[in-house]
Design a protein around this ligand. Structure first.
Ligand code: SF4
Length: 175
């Protein structure tokens, strides 16, 4: 089961570049960031996030094109089912993970993946010294943007590190 904190759900413009994103805070966080800003998200709090709850959230937030899971919870199978449901609605699934690396199959389900724990000395995504990375994962037939340097997973999935896009902003990254 995946749970979220309904009162923290909001539409955001900066967490995923060029997207209008509905951001949903997921509890039961598996991360262990030293500078954790929301320790309560490590607890089993909130309400169950189901496909029908996602449908209602999407319906109530017309105009979004991306659905961001802020945290991944402790039920990866269910998380991936929910990500697939998001995609079936024509939306882009994105994940902010607090772990250094996510399971290999996550790269098949999300178009944006953020990895790396929050370390106060290195700061969030908008700090050029950050340890965190936001990757844009390209679809199988998708062309890489001109001039973009992409890397490839063993699975053949290509991805681009878009973290530098945050270094021109005053973004207060959430995780
Ligand atoms: S990912 Fe977020 S909620 Fe989880 S430990 Fe890190 S800062 Fe805390």
């Amino acid at each position: 089961m995946i749970k979220y904190v309904p009162e923290m759900t909001s539409v955001v413009m900066e967490e995923i570049p060029d997207r209008v994103t509905l951001a949903v805070d997921i509890s039961n966080c598996r991360g262990n960031c030293i500078g954790c800003h929301s320790p309560f998200l490590k607890e089993d709090v909130g309400e169950e996030l189901t496909p029908s709850v996602i449908d209602s959230l999407v319906e109530a937030n017309f105009g979004i094109d991306c659905f961001l899971f802020l945290g991944e919870g402790r039920d990866p199978e269910r998380l991936l089912e929910l990500a697939a449901h998001v995609r079936s609605l024509g939306l882009i699934p994105a994940l902010y993970s607090g772990r250094r690396e996510v399971d290999g199959n996550f790269w098949e389900y999300f178009d944006y993946l953020k990895v790396g724990p929050y370390i106060p000395e290195q700061g969030p995504l908008n700090n050029p010294g950050t340890n965190q990375r936001l990757y844009r994962v390209l679809g199988a037939d998708e062309k890489a943007p001109e001039g973009a340097e992409f890397r490839m997973r063993a699975s053949g999935r290509r991805f681009i590190d878009i973290t530098p896009r945050f270094w021109h902003r005053g973004l207060e990254a959430q995780k």
